[in-house]
Write a protein that binds this ligand. Sequence first.
Ligand SMILES: Cc1cc2nc3c(=O)[nH]c(=O)nc-3n(C[C@H](O)[C@H](O)[C@H](O)COP(=O)(O)OP(=O)(O)OC[C@H]3O[C@@H](n4cnc5c(N)ncnc54)[C@H](O)[C@@H]3O)c2cc1C
Length: 649
Amino acid sequence: MADNKALATELEAREVAEHAREQVWEQHSFALSLFEGRFELDLIHPYPGPQPEEQERAADFLAKLATYCLEHIDGDQIDRDGHVPQEVLDGLAELGAFGIKTPREYGGLGLSQLSYNRALAIVASRCGSTGAFLSAHQSIGAPGPLLKFGTDEQKRRYLPRLAKGALSAFALTEPDVGSDPANMSTTAVLSEDGSHWILNGEKLWTTNGPRAEIIVVMVRTPAPEGSPRKPITALIVETEWEGVETVHECSFLGLRGLSNGVLRFTNVKVPLENLLWEEGKGLKLALITLNTGRLALPAFCAAAGKGSLEMCRDWAGSRVQWGRAVGKHDAIAQMLGKMAADTFAMEAVVELTSGMADAKTFDIRLEAAISKLWATETGWDIVNDALQIRGGRGYETHASLLARGDTPYPIERYLRDMRINTIFEGSSEIMRLFIAREAVDSHLSVAGDLIDPRAPLGRRIKALFRAGFFYAWWYPSRWLTWGRWPLYREFGPLATHLRFARRASARLARSIFHAMVRFGPGLERKQAVLGRIVEIGSEIFVMVATCTRARVLVRDRPTDRSPYTLANLFCLQARERIEDRFRRLFRNNDAATYDVAQEAMKGTFSWVEEGMIDEDWVPPTAGPVGGSDSGEVELTSVNEGEPEPASTG
Ligand SMILES: Cc1cc2nc3c(=O)[nH]c(=O)nc-3n(C[C@H](O)[C@H](O)[C@H](O)COP(=O)(O)OP(=O)(O)OC[C@H]3O[C@@H](n4cnc5c(N)ncnc54)[C@H](O)[C@@H]3O)c2cc1C
């Protein structure tokens, strides 16, 4: 917001994020080992599978859910009306879809993360908005945090109600709080007699908010004695309480049936017993809940991939132009082939990460973030390609296609619905930072003080010795990793890709070290470099998920080797992307691009914008943003330096 409010500084924002971060790794993390150059395939192969008893119960529920969705949910109608009918939500609640993971003792179905994700994919394949209702309710709405952090009394009071159909929501965002919670201004203070909290503030874009009964609201509570910081705390708030109102209902590019609004809280009395977990643990609660909550979005993306593939395979095979089916023209075939391989990979990621979540022996914070980041970006590419393959019909609405008797594939709606996924539940940019922070964690714990300019001399000297010992062993060992034949022979034609993944993991670990040596504390600002590091790690992770899934499918049905074909194509393409990222890790145009962006913000290139007729919607040019106002641009050349892994000083 461009006003004069005193917003948190960059340092304060980082401190808030770091404070909320889970500091220790108590359980296995396959992805963390990837970034550290330890390729621990045994951790996830054989694939962590579901319990047969649970799968039997799930199959029954999923079959009923699929029938219900087919008969009662019309995604295109909902998109046109901008509203999910209450009967639809009631019907879903009746089936148990409001408490899929909630234990049976609290009135839920007590199913696994895997079954939950499969259920959401079924609903989303009919209607993204209805899927989002269920996901906002269960992935981050009240049941998730209550299950993990609620007291017994809170669970007994709320979980059965929520499972029965009381819609819930999660309210963190405010006008000044998007990616940066440090600016939060909603507050809760204790009443004078200490009997309840008094909540005041406004929350933006709360999904389900206008129709919810129960909301988890993030607030600032008073600073504890001796601390300058007002901690962020989670409260359970009921919307029928006095002082809770929806002051605006928002509408969006896609997910048009979503119920989402600006909620205002005016002197709302919140009982003391509605505090979730502890004072000051609100952000941590949100992050931990999101570790599994995030897995729903990849499931949605996989569903969209499947739908796109089905529509495009039909269309590409039947639409004839220039004497051939368009799918026979190489340009379209390239998109379709990639779509099939990527869709297979998305499902592999969903199945693997869900299985890891269910196993409860993993810390999946990195895997969940990678899945969210990779699947939402790939999902967007897929629907974008699907629209291109459909040509003009891809851009035409379902209703218009239907009215003139053409096949009404809803690609246009798919594209609009898909777009938000790279923004909410942690934008792609924030996911990259989050993953990068975890990826460098082991280095920071060894050498963090060394590169921290604020660390006192004593700590820096200690860190120098610690780092010296550590890297004397660590660095050479990242060169000596064996990643060649005969490793992974049981994977048949995919073994070569796993060997590549193993070598790439070691190279990635070395590159992270090189980046730290090269940029020191400045690395945290090199977001493009960090982004490539994260993308390499993500692609390796997805390659592994894809190979292990293909292996399981071929093991179960040896006569069908088509999973190998898809996994092979995915890996071939992922390897190209990985090589490209390595190539451009330090040798790139980042600095030139950054400089142009800074000048653009100052208005240096505003002449490029000349020639527009309607200027009303062009926001006023912001004032100078840092740096010189001269308007002269210094030409930045390609950064050709190779990393110098010589010293950690
Ligand atoms: C349809 C919809 C539903 C939503 N539902 C909910 C909900 O139920 N509950 C809730 O609390 N919120 C919800 N949100 C809010 C959503 O989580 C935020 O939009 C998201 O966190 C991003 O915040 P922002 O839009 O303010 O972007 P900003 O934080 O203003 O960021 C703008 C751009 O800058 C990038 N950026 C920001 N900081 C950095 C950085 N440090 N480094 C690099 N890039 C950066 C962002 O990635 C983004 O591209 C919803 C939003 C929408 C649109």
